[in-house]
Design a protein around this ligand. Structure first.
Ligand code: ADP
Ligand code: ASP
Ligand code: MG
Length: 405
């Protein structure tokens, strides 16, 4: 008997039949004598649809109101699952982010959880209720509804699991575990039985959306065991855990692809001290995270400055770059949204050379042009044209010996 958090993603609650399936699984876990807290996403496609509608109403929807709108997706599924369970004679109760005291900062659309008051959920659990909580949402100290960024229900689940000291946090999704690369891109991807928090952090930060990065940060900080598994089968999935001595230190253990990337280039920027600060300060003040930066020397005291931002921030970043370009006297600003970042990851890379060379040679063998490169101790990333990204993933996965037999 234990205290189990079960999170179900959008495809797992995509329609009423699937919600019934979720209810059955939750009921089974409860009948085995466990206390169960369920965290739900919105039905598949609903969040995208709400965003689309907001963009039809106005070109730049107010961020506070957008969060009020987006939070309805998770409110719907929480109520429907609680009703379904009650109709099956289980004492279930839905709870929204603010009722569960999920306190966040004020960054609408991408809020961070600051604190979770565990008492409301604990009180329900003590009454032997099945708690059904709306994921993805919280509330700031002024009582405004906030959302946690795309994929944020993963973070709701792990944060709740940490707050109520659950024995395990199960993430039910549409794949049966964490693979060496996205199995929907590469059919030869291999399922991993276990992965360390650190490796999963790296994979999540480089585009493996199976877990939102902040959920892995929470899991690592509070030592929450996370089990990623399929909501359509009973097969064991992948455990995300602390690094164990027995874990294999592969040279390359995973390949990721992030299509949510865009490139901005300021051409013919005066090559003077302070110029980079003038370009990047307003971008970071707008809360936009810059990933790669490259500066190319030109003759005549000028440089070209290129950087990448999440594609979702492209419009805003372009507007800022155009303003700065005028202020500092740069010639023009070019933007490109059709790029993707492909990365190879592995802790074993720390003490080996040759991975970068092999990655470049592999991409060259398929005639894939590398636009930008960045490296860290345990990963190498190349920006390529978006339409070649999936091919790049497959050839790299194969070249580094990760293909399943
Ligand atoms: P959910 O709606 O359940 O939260 P997501 O779509 O957010 O599901 O995440 C699951 C998806 O993550 C999978 O369908 C798969 O395409 C993608 N994915 C990317 N990289 C990986 C990986 N390394 N292992 C498993 N899935 C991955
Ligand atoms: N519904 C939100 C999204 O689509 C949150 C989530 O599913 O985790 O991003
Ligand atoms: Mg997700």
């Amino acid at each position: 008997m234990g205290l189990i958090v079960q999170k179900f993603g959008g495809t797992s609650v995509a329609d009423l039949d699937r919600i019934r399936n979720v209810a059955k699984r939750v009921a089974r876990t409860f009948d085995q004598g466990n206390d169960v807290v369920v965290i739900l996403s919105a039905m598949a496609g609903v969040t995208d649809n709400l965003i689309r509608m907001a963009n039809q109403v106005t070109e730049s929807p107010d961020k506070r109101e957008l969060d009020v709108l987006l939070a309805t997706g998770e409110q719907t599924t929480a109520a429907l699952l609680a009703m379904t369970l009650r109709a099956m004679n289980y004492a279930a109760e839905s709870i929204l982010g603010h009722q569960a005291k999920v306190v966040t900062d004020c960054a609408f659309g991408n809020a961070r959880i600051l604190d979770i008051g565990a008492d409301p959920i604990r009180a329900l659990v003590q009454d032997r209720k099945i708690v059904v909580m709306a994921g993805f949402q919280g509330c700031d100290i002024n009582g405004n509804i906030t959302t946690l960024g795309r994929g944020g229900s993963d973070t709701s689940a792990v944060a709740i699991a940490a707050a109520i000291k659950a024995d395990i946090c199960e993430i039910y999704t549409d794949v049966d575990g964490i693979y060496t690369t996205d199995p929907n891109i590469c059919p030869r991807a291999r399922k991993m039985a276990r992965i360390s928090y650190d490796e999963m952090l790296e994979m999540a930060s480089l585009g493996a959306k199976v877990l939102q990065i902040r959920s892995v940060e929470f899991a690592k900080k509070y030592n929450v065991p996370v089990h990623v598994r399929s909501s359509f089968s009973d097969e064991e999935g992948t455990m995300v855990v602390n690094e164990e001595a027995s874990m294999e230190k592969l040279l390359v253990s995973g390949v990721t692809c992030d299509k949510n990337q865009a490139r901005i280039t300021l051409k013919k920027v005066p090559d003077q001290p302070g110029v980079a600060a003038k370009v990047f300060s307003p971008v970071s003040e707008a809360g936009i995270i810059i990933d790669m930066i490259i500066q190319n020397m030109r003759s005549g005291g000028q440089t070209d400055l290129t950087f990448t931002v999440p594609e979702t921030d492209f419009k805003q970043a372009m507007a800022i770059a155009e303003q700065v370009a005028t202020d500092i006297g740069a010639e023009e600003v070019l933007g490109d949204q059709n790029i993707a970042k492909v990365s190879v990851i592995g802790v074993g890379m720390k003490n080996h050379s040759g991975v970068a060379a092999k990655m470049f040679a592999t991409l060259a063998s398929e005639n894939i042009n590398i636009r930008l490169i960045s490296t860290s101790e345990i990963r190498i990333s190349c920006v390529v044209t978006e339409k070649y990204a999936e091919l790049a993933v497959r050839v790299l996965h194969s070249a580094f010996g990760l293909d399943k037999p």
